[in-house]
Design a protein around this ligand. Sequence first.
Ligand code: NDP
Length: 597
Amino acid sequence: MSANYIPHRLSAVEVDALRAKYQAERDRRIRPEGAAQYRRAAGEWGFYATDPYTPRAEREPVTDRVEAVVVGGGFGGLLAGARLRQAGVRDLRMIDEAGDFGGTWYWNRYPGIHCDIESTVYMPLLEEVGYVPQWRYAPGEEIRQHAIAIAKRFELYDDTLFHTRVTELRWDDGAGEWTVTTDRGDRFTSRYVVLSSGTLSQPKLPGIPGIEEFGGHTFHTSRWDYGYTGGDQTGGLHKLAGKKVAVVGTGATAIQIVPHLARDAEHLYVFQRTPSTVDVRDNRPIDDAFKASLQPGWQQERMDNFLTIVTGGHAETDLIADGWTATAKLQRQMLTGSVDSNLPAEEREYLDELADFRKMNEIRARVDEIVDDPATAELLKPWYRYMCKRPTFSDHYLQTFNRPDVTLVDTADTGGITRMTATSVVVGETAYDVDCVIFATGFEVGISGVVSGTLPVYGRGGMPLLGHWRNGPRTLHGFFSHGFPNLFHLGSLQNAAAVNFVHVLQEQATHIGALVAEAGKRGAARIEPSAEAEEGWIRVIRETAPDNFNFQAECTPGYYNGEGKPRPVNNSYGPGPVAFHDLLREWRAGGGFDEVM
Ligand code: NDP
C-alpha cells in the first residue's frame, strides 16, 4: 500500500462521519448483561478447562516449611523465582494449577500460535539463559521451551507442586510466616509468598442458548484437542478432512488459528461479532548477523527501547521497528504535531483522535486491498478506536476469506450467535450444520485470585485482605499491604502496565528480589509498608491515574472495557511504566527499604 493512500488530513465532515459510525457500531453491539453474558468453564462446564497435556499424578500432602512460595508458574512466577534465587533463597517452592511451567504458553498450544510481540523483547532472561530466539515473532512452543529453560537454569523444578491450587493464605504473626493451604490437602508454612496468578487464565464460554444441546465436538482454543483435529502447533490438522468446522470469535487467538483450519477442514465457518484490527505481520527468522552483533546488555536495551516507544516516549532509534512501534510513533507525532506543523488550531485539539482515525483508515484500506469480495471485506472492517480492542497482526488471516471453502458469518445484528441445536449453529433464521465448534471466546479477566475472592487471604489479626481492600486495593507500589507482611503481588495493581507485560513483570520481580535480599542482609523478619506509606501511594495513584473513562465508555464492547461497562476508578500510575520503573529504582537507592523493614 502506498503511504499516500491515507489522506494526511481529514475534513471536519469526515471526522464527524467517523465518530457517528463508531458510535452506531458500538451501540448495536452493547449487551445489557455485559460480562455476565459469558459462562465460566467451571462446574458442569469444567471439562472445557481440564488439562489435556499432562496426566494428574496422585501425591501425598505436603506439610513442611519453606522460605518462599511463588504461586503461578508463568513468566511472572518464573521471573520472581529467578530473582528470589539470586537473592539467596534456597527453600523455594513453585506452585501452579498447570502440569508444568509456562503459564499461558502451557495452556495455549493451538495451531498457528505465535507471540505477536517481538521475541527479543518478550521472552525474558534471554541473556541469563544464553538463548537467542529463532524467529522475530516466536512460535508458542519455542516460548514454552524457554519457560522450561528458565526453570532449569534457576533450579525452580526442585520443589514444585503442579496441578495444585492454593485455597487459603493465613498469616501467623507469632511465627512470622504464612500458612499455605491447597486443594491437594497441603498445609505448609512459608516466610514469603509471591502471588503471580495471571490475568487471562480462566477460559470462558459464550452464553449461547442451546450450547449444551450441540451433539458434535467442541473445545476451547486454550485446550486444543489434537486428538480430534490431528496435526500440531504448526498445522497439518489432517483429521478435519471432510469435516465442517465453526470458529466462534475473531480475537487475537482466532486470527492465528483460522488460516490453519481453513486449509484442512472441508468447510470453515467463522462466526464474527466484532472484527479485529489486522495489521502487517512480516515474521522472519532472526539471522546470524543479528546474533553476531549482540553485545552484553542487548536485551535490556531492546526492552527499554520498545517500552519507551510504545508508551509514547521518545527514543533516538526504534530498535524493534514493527507495527506496535509504528502506531505508537504515529500517535506521538500527531500528539506533538511534529508531523504537520501546518495543521489548523482546531485540528490540534483532537490530534490523538486524528492519529487514530488515520491508523484505522489504514487498517480498513488493508482489508479492501486483500479481500476480493466487497461485501465480505465490508464486514471485516473494524469501526472503533485502535486501542479499544487488542490489535492483531497477520499476513494470512484476511487472505483466508478469499477461499471458496470459508464463510464469514457476521453476527453483529443478532448480538452474537442466536442459538445452537444438536447439529448446527444458528444466526437469525439461518442454521449452519457443523461437525465441530471451536470456542475462540477468550478468558475471564481476573487481576488475581485475591481480588476475585477465589483465594482468601488473612493477614495480621485474621484480617481478610478483601476486607482491608473493601474500598479498593490498598498497596505500596502495587506490591504489598499494611497488615499483610511478606506477601507480594505481581501483575497490574496500582502500578503501570504496558503491552509487553513480561517486561513489566520482570521489573516487578526484580523489585521483590531486591526487597527479599535486603531483608536477608538486615536480618529483618518482616517486609511491610506502614499505613501511611500505603495511604501516600493511594494518593499518588488518585492524583495521577489517567481519566480514560470516556474513551473506554465510547469503545465497542470487549474485555478491555468490561464489555461496555468500564470501571469508573482507574488504578494505574499515570506517568506510565518507564517512570514507574525509575521510581522503584530511586526508592530502592534512596532509603526506601528503611520504610518497610
Ligand atoms: P478475545 O476475548 O480477544 O476474543 C473473544 C472473541 O469471541 C471476540 O471476537 C468476541 O466477540 C467473540 N465472542 C464472544 N462471545 C460471542 C458470541 N456469543 N458470539 C460470537 N462471538 C462471540 O479472546 P482471544 O482468545 O482471541 O484473546 C484473548 C487475549 O489473549 C488477547 O486479547 C491477548 O491479550 C492474548 N493473546 C495474545 C497473543 C499474543 O500473540 N501475544 C495471541 C493470542 C491471544 P466481541 O469482540 O464482539 O466480544
